[in-house]
Each structure stands twice: as C-alpha cells, then as structure tokens.
Design a protein around this ligand. Structure first.
Ligand code: C2E
Ligand code: MG
Ligand code: MG
Ligand code: MG
Length: 284
C-alpha cells in the first residue's frame, strides 16, 4: 500500500508482527492446556521390510485434536514448541503415550513391533537415557520395542556430548535412527562415529524417484553409504510402486509411506495389524 511515509510502513509492519506474536502466544497457551487435557494423540504409520513384506515397526506421530480446529498436524505446532521449549513436555507425553500403547498391544497378544518416537534436539539431553529407562521399566517393555528418531539438527551442537547420550541410549538396547537424512548439515566425517541403527531417506528425495535423476542418485548414494557403514536404510514418503521398485533394486531395506498406509489412529492401526497387513508387492 502507498508507501509514502516511513511512519505508515512501521505501523503496518509492527501491527503484522503483533498479530504473528499474538498467534504464537495463543498456540503456545493452547498447547500447554492441550497437554493437560488429553487433546494430544498419536497416530501410527507402519514400516515394512522390502524383502519379506512384513511389518517391522511403526512411527508414532503426534496430532492435536483441537476442540475448534479439528485435527491439527504437527507442522503447525511442533516448530513453535521447539522454539519455546514446550517440546520437552510434548516429548515426555509422546514417549509415555507410545510406551503405554505398546504395553496395551503387548498385553493383547499382538505381534511385537518396534515403535519409533521422534525426538527433538532440545529433548536430547543427559536426562533422556534415564527417562527412557524408567518409562520402559514402568510399562514392562523390552528396550527393543523402542526406537528414537533424531534429526541432523540434534547432532550439530556439542558433538561429543551428543555421542555420549547416544551411547547411553543404545547401550540400553533402544535403537536410534537418523531422520530426514540428507536435509541437514551433519558432516560425513561424524556420521561414522554415531551409534545409529538406521538412516532414513527424507521424503523430499523419495518424491523425485524415478523421474528426477538427481533424487535417484541421492537416494542410491544414501543407500550405499548406509550399507558401507553397516546401517539399515529406510525410505519415507513412498507413494508409488515405481518408487518401491527403484528402492528395492537399489538395496533399500525398509519403506514407509502412503503407498502402504497413512498414519492411523491406534484403533485402526491395531485392526490392520490383526488382519495381517500385506503391503503392495513390487511387480517383477
Ligand atoms: P517425520 O518424522 O519426517 O515424519 C514423516 C512425515 O511424513 C509424517 O508427517 C508423515 O505423515 C509424512 N508421510 C509419511 N509418508 C508419506 C507419504 O507417502 N506422503 C506424504 N505426503 N507424507 C508422508 P506428520 O505426521 O505431519 O509429521 C511431520 C513432522 O512433524 C515429522 O516428520 C516430525 O518431524 C514432526 N513430528 C511428528 N510427531 C512428532 C513428535 O511426536 N515429536 C516431535 N519432536 N516431532 C514430531
Ligand atoms: Mg520421523
Ligand atoms: Mg522423517
Ligand atoms: Mg521428514
């Protein structure tokens, strides 16, 4: 608009900023309340072994069941929770809820599947291994039921401290995977030092397979890095049989994506598990 006087511009922008800040504060106090009133829930997306076609695990993904806005995806509140520190409480709730669900499924006699929980950089403190130990014990779960997904941003800070925490977690028998791999800034020279079990190829690379030659090259390179370093490798965001076929040929171990299933509420996930989920097979 106009742009004649600086004064008007300042007023215009600061009014905008105020609205942004008010929106953030509104979301933050809403999220705080949501934590206390059972408005958060976990949805579960299955992970499959490419070679056997068997379900080998599931990723727990948080959603906010908002009284007015409906089901709010994590992209709309996790970044803010990370900025304010509230993500630590969200993370505590998520670990608790995932372990409680695993216990329920275990007691119901369902086949054991490993549940993966996303952990933000701010949660990755020296208190985490103890909290994980205590929570697993309380729900009577083997550590092999749990996987933690961390992103490269977690690894960017004090690297020796982070590796120390990772070692304590893997010593428990809990596995670690490196999420959104290739989108961050972690150095390859550090990669070999991390006690991780699995590399996760980010969806932004999977999406371009097979038409985008660069994405294909990146995906196959990540797969061969994983193989050389003796890590497993999973591709997220698999939506087509062509992508699945490419990943299979390239030696990828596991897949996750809408081709097989969207993240499902616990009840629906359990139903699919009982019905002996058979994923799409790769055409020969
Ligand atoms: P992420 O950990 O990389 O999770 C994968 C995201 O990709 C999920 O989105 C999943 O629904 C989506 N996805 C999986 N397969 C497909 C596909 O085939 N096509 C498409 N279009 N999308 C697919 P979601 O659930 O919205 O979560 C987004 C991000 O929010 C997650 O990315 C993770 O970074 C964060 N997040 C989710 N739950 C938690 C949590 O409990 N704690 C923390 N700290 N972060 C979380
Ligand atoms: Mg993840
Ligand atoms: Mg991911
Ligand atoms: Mg991702």
């Amino acid at each position: 608009q106009g742009g004649d006087t600086d004064g008007e511009h300042v007023a215009f922008y600061s009014r905008d900023m105020n609205q942004g800040m008010q929106e953030r504060m509104r979301i933050e106090s809403g999220l705080r309340a949501a934590l206390g009133s059972g408005q958060l829930e976990l949805h579960y997306q299955p992970k499959f072994s490419i070679s056997s076609g068997q379900i080998i695990g599931a990723e727990a993904l948080v959603r906010w069941r908002h009284p007015e806005r409906g089901l709010v995806p994590p992209a709309e509140f996790i970044p803010l929770a990370e900025a304010t520190g509230l993500v630590v409480q969200v993370g505590e709730w998520v670990l608790e809820a995932a372990c409680s669900q695993a216990q329920t499924w275990k007691q119901a006699g369902l086949p054991p599947i490993r549940l993966a929980v996303n952990v933000s950089a701010r949660e990755f403190t020296s208190a985490l291994p103890g909290r994980v130990t205590e929570t697993l014990k309380r729900y009577g779960l083997e550590p092999s039921w749990l996987e933690l997904e961390i992103t490269e941003s977690t690894l960017m800070h004090n690297i020796d401290r982070v590796i120390g925490i990772m070692d304590r977690i893997t010593a428990l028998g809990v596995t670690l995977s490196l999420d959104d791999f290739g989108t961050g800034y972690s150095s390859l020279s550090y990669l070999k030092r991390f006690p991780i079990d699995t590399l996760k190829i980010d969806r932004s690379f999977t999406t371009g397979i097979p038409s985008d030659a660069n994405d294909c090259a990146i995906a196959s390179t990540i797969i061969s890095i994983a193989q050389q370093l003796k890590h497993k490798v999973i591709a997220e965001g698999v939506e087509t049989v062509e992508q699945l076929a490419f990943l299979k040929t390239s030696g990828c171990d596991e897949v996750q994506g809408y081709l097989f299933s969207k993240p499902l509420p616990a009840v629906e996930f359990e139903k699919a598990l009982r019905e002996n989920w058979t994923p799409v097979q790769v055409p020969v």
